[in-house]
Design a protein around this ligand. Structure first.
Ligand code: NAG
Length: 545
């Protein structure tokens, strides 16, 4: 080990803990502005989130941008995000001849997707020997605009709302398939801002290009062996589904790079307050952008023009994608484990399970559990009179505050960073803070419940010779209530999995347009309305999609 590394180890593992251990640094001393630390925030552990607050939905949709899985589950997109497609990216275009399109057209990021459009327009009876696929390469960063959700799925009830409202001011089910006009209108909208194309998602990701002679170069025009007729259709479809699954989960479709400093969200309640009553009482599947008021839509359009007209390298420099990712990474697996432990705990195994669950809770909160945060019966300070055994959670407030504020404290306290935040970044900051704060609130309450129940190994129960064996079932009930409400409130798609896991010859699948069967999506079938994961076979005999 090098000297530098050894010195670092000494500082990090020996000096720092010793320096931090004996005293609790007051939060004010850390320089966190009072408005963030205490004044405007309600630090009452019992206060649940405002039901109209949509920050957790912003948090989840932003964490899900360009992930095929999440946007297949919730098809009705709520975000519009400018971005770019980098130099060297291959884009595929299946067509009836080898001509480069002279007007706006569609390309896909995976050739499996474009191959389904591969054709030979000279073939009269359709029984073609071959078909045309053009491969383009990006020669300068393309400016694109991304619509999240399954924004390329020509379905009723929401996936195309954002586009159609922006372009046509309304959503007309009869124009669902008007893709040529939609794309031409999109290109007209973005022309003044130098937008080269639009990124959307359906069975897979696509980049619609406004001008094939600008920013892309034909790499190859190939007359490929066509095999889409008859029984060959099924492997082709599965091939497309499998290739889309490569971009299912984090990091998703990395061939599109998004600029989150310019993100526009229809879940932004300051931008689209008219959608708050529209969402009331509805499940998330049924949230739509349709229903936005005309004045709110006008504000969104102005905001879009503003972000498109603004220069590059705007904003604070904060890596929002990673910051959001850190929170999801830190809690997604652990909350899932916690949920499993709670679900498999019975009256019989409760005495041995309770300390295990408490250990999981403590693990999640370890970076924030100050040595001095302890209930009155373990505290040497004399303010114990205000604490009632089993009831008051106030001693744990410093843990909640540290947990809730640590990830973004530097943004709040640094006026330079503050002043550079774009309005989109302020939205992201609020969504991150509010979501993280609620996770921490619930976890701290659960952990405190375990401490009070006497199952925490580091903070044992008050010694009371007359006390009988603790009754743990009320604690288990509390834990379950808290965990379930948190998990359903967060509603992360990372938890949507095939259970049990699919065997090797199968893959986990969420119903995806257009494989529902002809017009089947119009039948309001619950399976398509509320997509649930299931295992499908990767080869013959194929499963029904
Ligand atoms: C939530 O929004 C609805 C509709 O705008 C409003 O009537 C209601 O009072 C709000 N609820 C809260 C708790 O603010």
């Amino acid at each position: 080990m090098s000297l530098v590394l050894s010195a670092l180890v000494v500082v990090v593992f020996i000096v720092l803990p010793l320096a931090c251990l004996p005293r609790q640094i007051p939060l004010q001393g850390l320089g966190i502005p009072p408005d963030f630390e205490s004044l405007t925030l309600d630090w009452n552990l019992e206060t649940t989130p405002d039901p109209n607050w949509s920050g957790h939905l912003i948090f989840d949709t932003v964490s899900s941008l360009l992930l095929h899985w999440s946007n297949t589950r919730y098809r009705n997109g709520h975000n519009i995000v400018p971005g770019s497609v980098p130099i060297g990216t291959l884009l595929y275009h299946g067509r009836g001849d080898n001509a480069i399109p002279t007007f706006p057209g569609w390309t896909s990021t995976n050739p499996e997707h474009s191959f389904t459009f591969c054709a030979d327009s000279t073939s009269k009876d359709g029984s073609t020997a071959g078909c045309w696929q053009l491969t383009f390469v990006v020669t300068r960063p393309l400016r694109v605009l991304y619509f999240d959700g399954a924004s390329g799925a020509k379905m009723e009830n929401g996936p195309m709302d954002a586009q159609d409202l922006l372009l046509w001011g309304g959503v007309d089910p009869a124009r669902r398939m008007d893709e040529r006009e939609r794309l031409n209108a999109l290109c007209a909208l973005g022309k003044d801002f130098g937008i080269d194309g639009y990124a959307r998602m359906e069975m897979d990701f696509e980049v619609m290009l406004c001008d094939f002679s600008n920013g892309v170069e034909l790499l190859s025009a190939d007359y490929l062996a066509a095999w889409m007729a008859g029984p060959a259709r099924e492997p082709l479809i599965l091939g497309t589904i499998v290739s889309a699954s490569w971009n299912s989960r984090h990091p998703g479709e990395t061939r599109v790079h998004l600029d989150l400093t310019k993100l526009i969200s229809f879940y932004d309640t300051s931008l689209a307050p008219s959608l708050i009553p529209e969402r009331e009482g509805k499940e998330r599947w049924d949230h739509r952008v349709l229903g936005i008021s005309a004045p709110d839509l006008a504000v969104v359009k102005t905001r879009l023009q503003d972000v498109l007209a603004s220069g590059t390298n705007m904003g604070s420099g904060v890596d929002w994608k990673t910051l959001f990712r850190v929170v999801v990474d830190r809690y997604a697996d652990r909350l899932e484990t916690l949920d499993h432990l709670l679900a498999t705990t019975t009256t019989d195994n409760l005495p041995e399970r309770a300390p295990i669950i408490q250990t999981e809770l403590r693990l999640m909160l370890t970076p924030y559990i100050l040595y001095t945060a302890r209930p009155h019966w373990l505290s040497s300070t004399s303010n114990s009179a205000s604490y009632v055994y089993g009831g008051n959670e106030a001693w744990a407030l410093p843990v909640w505050r540290a947990c809730a504020t640590r990830h973004t404290a530097h943004i709040h306290r640094n006026s330079g960073v503050q002043s550079r935040l774009t309005s989109s970044e302020r939205l992201l900051l609020g969504a991150l803070d509010g979501t993280n704060r609620e996770i921490c609130r619930v976890l701290v309450r659960m952990w405190v419940a375990g401490v009070h129940a006497g199952v925490d190994t580091l903070l044992p129960r008050e010694a009371d010779p007359s006390a009988s064996t603790p009754v743990l079932s009320p604690t288990l009930d509390q834990w379950r209530t808290h965990a379930h409400s948190l998990i359903s409130w967060l509603d992360w798609s990372a938890w949507v999995k095939c259970r049990p896991m699919c065997p090797a010859e199968e893959m986990c699948y969420l119903p995806t347009w257009p494989y529902f069967g002809v017009n089947e999506w119009d039948r309001k079938d619950e399976r398509w309305k509320r997509p649930q994961p299931r295992c499908i076979r990767k080869f013959r005999p194929y499963s029904v999609l």
